[in-house]
Design a protein around this ligand. Structure first.
Ligand code: GLN
Length: 490
């Protein structure tokens, strides 16, 4: 077994026992990145020198007996919309091509304190808008299981990097599925915490009422270990919640006998990929074998959630992206030919700096917020959001959690959905509801279908991360397939 194949749990044990130094582990990952990232293009930036220096410094601390967290010395990647002081943070956009973060996001700060070694920043759809990573202004990340396919998005770089063993774990952000969908496509674990569980401070905002940062890991236990470090109230994010952070690994081993799992019938519809349906149903049968009580439930507003999401998200995004005006941040067209007044600085900077999908959403958002249309679109979409929240709280009176597919299909081909944005939006159909309802959800690998991973999604009650992690962990222990990315042995 190669060092870069270690899970977080395994790496932490070896580092703690001093069987392995952070430097050895970091070198192994840097070599791995050199070998495979040319094909995968998961990273936008690799910080070789800094990573090696940090690893050496951590090794010194450990030698002095200062071991204090399972993240000590562990090589990590961050999605490039999460700020890390001094490093470029592009959000996958030309408009932020040369933007250097002047402070650490709260999650970055916490991971640094826990002793991570930051390897670099990973690719994403521009401003996290997309489901394939093809909207990045810089490069197209490939799925490590099949290089002709997408890794999913928008945290596709993070998911591909974990799947291809280019880091021990990565962070992504999930506004409408961007942690879970790429995790499902790449055969790794992706967790979106409850809205408010993890601070959004230092995450480049997409839709502030949905955005959450979450871990992308090789195992469920690793996701719990990472959540332990990043969760909690933060004075810099007023929507973060002041609830105690439990040890998320504590309940993993609990039996799930008698736990009530609801299967929303609206998630198994005609037209969905048969292989995905079969795999997820088999996984649900496994949960039953483990003693879970499975029952069909109905979430009728599911059918409206996607449409409402694609009103609310552009509305919030158009407001959040107003700050990129060629004056305050990033690229500026000032001084270019025919840019001779303030208005043309704004408009040319935005015209040159934003890609098509971002422009499309700014236009949709501005339109739906405009006077006369606000009630017809934005307010109605907010009403649907309230109904989705209500529907979740009602169904959680009857069952403890929900099990669904994460995605309607396996990873699609590069280019397949680019020409038609609506088909791209449809790939979020199973993931957006959890963001609309603010509830936690996890995607766990559940099968391989023709060489491509399939994910099952578990959706929990607000702040019941421990419970979905428990069920996900118990399920994961029964898995008897092997996930071997195409590039495992280059
Ligand atoms: N595919 C979704 C979208 O394009 C995902 C967004 C996200 O979670 N960042 O809006």
């Amino acid at each position: 077994m190669e060092l870069f194949e270690l899970t977080l749990k395994e790496a932490a044990q070896k580092i703690k026992n001093r069987e392995l130094s952070s430097l050895e582990l970091t070198e192994s990952f840097l070599k791995r990145i050199d070998q495979v990232d040319g094909k995968i293009s998961a990273f936008l930036d690799v910080e070789k020198e800094t990573a090696l220096k940090t690893a050496e410094a951590i090794d010194q601390k450990i030698k002095k007996g200062e071991y204090h967290s399972p993240l000590m010395g562990v090589p990590v990647a961050l999605k490039d919309n999460i700020l890390a002081k001094g490093l470029k943070t592009t959000a996958g956009s030309k408009i932020l091509k040369d933007y250097q973060a002047s402070y650490d996001a709260t999650v970055t700060k916490k991971l640094k304190k826990a002793g991570m070694v930051l390897l670099g920043k990973t690719n994403l759809d521009e401003f996290a808008m997309g489901a394939s990573c093809e909207n990045s202004a810089f490069q197209k990340t490939k799925n490590p299981y099949d290089l002709s396919r997408v890794p999913g998005g928008s945290s596709g770089g993070s998911a591909a990097a974990v799947a291809a063993d280019e880091c021990v774990f990565a962070l992504g952000s999930d506004t409408g599925g961007s942690v879970r969908q790429p995790a499902a496509f790449c055969g790794v674990v992706g967790l979106k915490p409850t809205y408010g569980r993890v601070s959004r401070y230092g995450l480049i905002a997409l839709a502030s009422s949905f955005d959450q940062i979450g871990p992308i890991t090789k195992t469920v236990e690793d996701a719990a270990l990472v959540l332990n470090q990043i969760a909690g109230k933060d004075a810099y994010d007023s929507t973060s919640v002041a609830l105690a952070v439990p040890d998320y690994t504590k309940e993993l081993k609990k039996e799930i006998k008698g736990i009530k799992i609801g299967i929303p019938k609206e998630y198994f519809v005609k037209g969905m990929d048969k292989a995905v349906e079969k795999s997820v149903k088999e996984a649900i049968a496994k949960l039953e074998e483990l003693g879970a009580k499975v029952q069909e439930v109905s979430l009728p507003y599911t059918n409206y959630a996607l449409a409402a999401y694609y009103i609310i998200l552009p509305a919030e995004a158009s407001a959040n992206l107003a700050r990129y005006d060629g004056i305050r941040y990033g690229y500026s067209a000032a001084g270019k030919k025919n840019v001779d007044d303030l208005f043309s600085v704004y408009s040319r900077s935005r015209a040159d700096g934003f890609g098509d999908e971002v422009k499309r959403r700014i236009m949709i958002g501005t339109y739906s917020l405009s006077s006369g249309y606000y009630d017809a679109y934005y307010i109605r979409a907010q009403k649907v959001k309230a109904l989705v929240e209500k529907e979740f709280s009602e169904v959680f009176q009857k069952v403890d959690l929900l099990a669904t597919p994460t995605t309607p299909t396996v990873a699609f081909r590069l280019g397949e959905k680019l020409a038609n944005p609506l088909t791209m939006y449809l790939s979020d159909i199973y993931t957006v509801s959890a963001n609309m309802g603010g509830v936690p959800a996890i995607s766990v690998p559940c099968a391989m279908s023709n060489g491509l991973p399939v994910g099952i999604q578990l959706i929990g009650k607000p702040f019941a991360e421990s419970q979905i992690l428990n069920v996900a962990y118990q399920y994961e222990q029964t898995a008897n397939w092997h996930f071997t990315p195409f590039l495992s042995s280059p």
